[in-house]
Design a protein around this ligand. Structure first.
Ligand code: NDP
Length: 525
């Protein structure tokens, strides 16, 4: 057990505006003991919350939704200042997504949490009544990244709360103020403060949360950290959901609308400066469209306004840190050294600030380049040609990741047929990233992209344990399978199996005769 004095990492973190370097705040890091205490307080408060009616919890979400809507400008500005994303994206991909997620949870909670009858098929079980009851885990730990600093923890928090859990959230060290604002919105909506707490700090604070007595963990972040977290969780069989990285392919078939597909590619690769788990990280274009597609993308990228996202006209902001920029820069330089054609960008924009990188277009990329294997998480659109649908599908599936993918075609059936062959948690036909904004849709990946789902009903499912409740309607009657075994019971059981499962009516009938007396055994113990 950690002592009160044990500091788990640095004692403070400094959060800054990635566009300007302005220091926004210096915050004390939660010590291991403080993380532990937060979880214990949450555990103490949770049973009363679980006992409250679903209607009360839904009412809380409705008040949260109202306050969020009223404060959206203020929050969008904070998201822009702390995470660097353009204010328009803060409104669409963070606030709008959460208003809608709150709507979904509020509308569906009653039905989702309603007890579900469990009909029994086996005739010997007909004298029982079963039902499924969904119970909250208790305390849900949430570890969140910086790239969607509001919408990711908020959607998970809302599903956890409406199903009767308490939450302890560890946000990224880059975006603690946004997490604190989420907690403030909920508190202002009337939530008991112990039911949603934020612990601030770096990786060690997250590790302390994994080691604390939380009942389930929802982790969103990189594959490397996800593996460390999964190992630590496995030591005590803590259930986890892992939402990890992506390397999403976009397949542009020869019958795609060039103008629409190129705009989709440019937005999908460059929105949030490419720092989106669902962003287009690999774009494959049919050879017949390849050069015109590249030229159209180059022209469109040339029109993008890069700068401080506080200016509503800006489309691409800075990367979250210079460290992130160096990863992008290394991958682009490696690709160019290995033969990729640089058609736009490929350089820092130092005059704008230390974390700005020019929107970049690369052609003729191949799978021996790191850029096509590892997550780039920067404003880069890498494009390669293909000659057939089979080749496109093979290229799309040639990745360790499987978060999402998109297929672009004017033929919906063909799009769906190809989508069925792509290994990913979501495949969109003629759009990218928007699946994150569909409150009903589950979000999560195949392969290294993770385990489990968030969002929608499947996201709520991760927040509950299913209890099977079974009541015997004939409590005075002993069960035929109880002790008192012997040759007779063996024959009766044998006959009963034939009665239920034999294919021919004659065998069924004989089985029925052999099983006679099974329900009224005299030799039971
Ligand atoms: P990281 O993996 O670096 O960090 C994620 C979170 O884990 C942060 O809060 C981090 O804290 C914390 N953390 C770090 N070390 C530990 C540890 N040992 N134990 C517990 N927690 C720890 O990811 P990023 O924040 O850089 O986010 C980007 C990544 O997230 C990308 O790979 C992206 O694809 C992925 N992502 C996946 C999504 C999905 O839904 N599949 C959605 C969005 C992003 P700190 O930041 O303070 O170090």
């Amino acid at each position: 057990m950690p002592t009160e004095a044990a500091v788990v990492g640095n004692s403070t973190i400094v959060t800054t505006n990635p566009a300007t370097g302005e220091v926004l705040a210096e915050l004390a890091c939660s010590r291991a003991a403080e993380v532990q205490n937060a979880v214990l307080r949450a555990k103490a408060a949770q049973p009363a919350w679980q006992a409250s009616s679903v209607g009360d919890r839904v009412a809380l979400l409705r008040r949260f939704q109202k306050i969020l809507s009223e404060r959206r400008d203020q929050l969008a500005m904070l998201i822009c200042r702390e995470a660097g994303k353009p204010v328009v994206e803060a409104l669409t991909t963070e606030i709008l997504v959460i208003l809608d997620a709150a709507e979904f949870c509020a509308r569906h909670a009653h039905k989702f949490l309603r007890e579900q009858p469990l009909p029994h098929g086996n005739p010997v079980m007909k004298m029982k009544r079963g039902k499924l009851v969904r119970e909250p885990y208790g305390v849900i730990g949430i570890i969140a990244p910086w790239n969607y600093p509001f919408s990711i923890p908020a959607v998970e928090t809302l599903s956890a709360l409406v199903t009767g859990n308490a939450v302890v959230l560890k946000p990224s060290e880059f975006t603690p103020l946004i997490a604190l604002e989420l907690s403030k919105l909920l508190l202002d909506a009337g939530l008991h403060p112990d039911l949603m707490q934020v612990v601030i700090g770096e990786g060690p604070t997250g590790a302390a949360l994994v080691d604390s007595p939380i009942d389930k963990l929802i982790f969103t972040g990189s594959v490397a950290t996800g593996k460390r977290v999964a190992e630590a969780a496995a030591r005590r069989l803590l259930p986890v959901v892992l939402e990890l990285g992506g390397k999403d392919p976009m397949l542009v078939l020869e019958d795609a609308d060039l103008d629409i597909a190129s705009s989709g590619a440019v937005w999908g690769a460059l929105m949030n400066a490419g720092q989106t788990c669902l962003s287009v990280e690999r774009c494959y274009v049919h050879r017949s469209l390849y050069e015109p597609f590249l030229e159209t993308c180059r022209r469109k990228i040339g029109k993008l306004r890069v700068g401080n996202g506080i200016d509503s006209e800006v489309e691409v902001g800075p990367l979250v840190s210079e460290r992130q920029l160096r990863i992008v820069e290394d991958q682009v330089n490696d690709a160019v050294a290995r033969g990729a054609r640089l058609l736009a960008g490929g350089r820092r924009l130092s005059d704008l600030g230390p974390s700005f990188y020019a929107p970049t277009l690369l052609a003729d990329v191949t799978h021996d380049m790191t850029l096509m294997r590892e997550e780039t998480f920067g404003p880069v659109l890498p494009v390669a040609p293909f000659d057939s649908d089979d080749e496109a599908i093979r290229l799309a599936n040639d990745s360790d990741f499987g978060l999402a993918a998109s297929v672009w075609t004017c033929n919906r059936r063909r799009g769906e047929a190809i989508a069925a062959q792509v290994h990913a948690g979501t495949v969109m036909v003629n759009d990218v990233i928007s699946c994150f904004g569909i409150a009903e849709a589950p979000h999560g990946g195949f392969k290294l992209s993770g385990i489990g789902r968030t969002h929608g009903e499947m996201g709520m499912d991760e927040m509950v344990q299913v209890k099977h409740l079974e009541v015997d309607l004939l409590p005075g009657i002993p069960k035929p399978w109880w002790f008192g075994y012997g040759q007779k019971l063996r024959q009766q059981m044998d006959g009963f199996i034939d009665l239920l499962f034999a294919r021919s009516w004659a065998t069924k009938l004989k089985g029925g005769l052999r099983s006679a007396g099974l329900l009224r055994r005299s030799n039971r113990i």
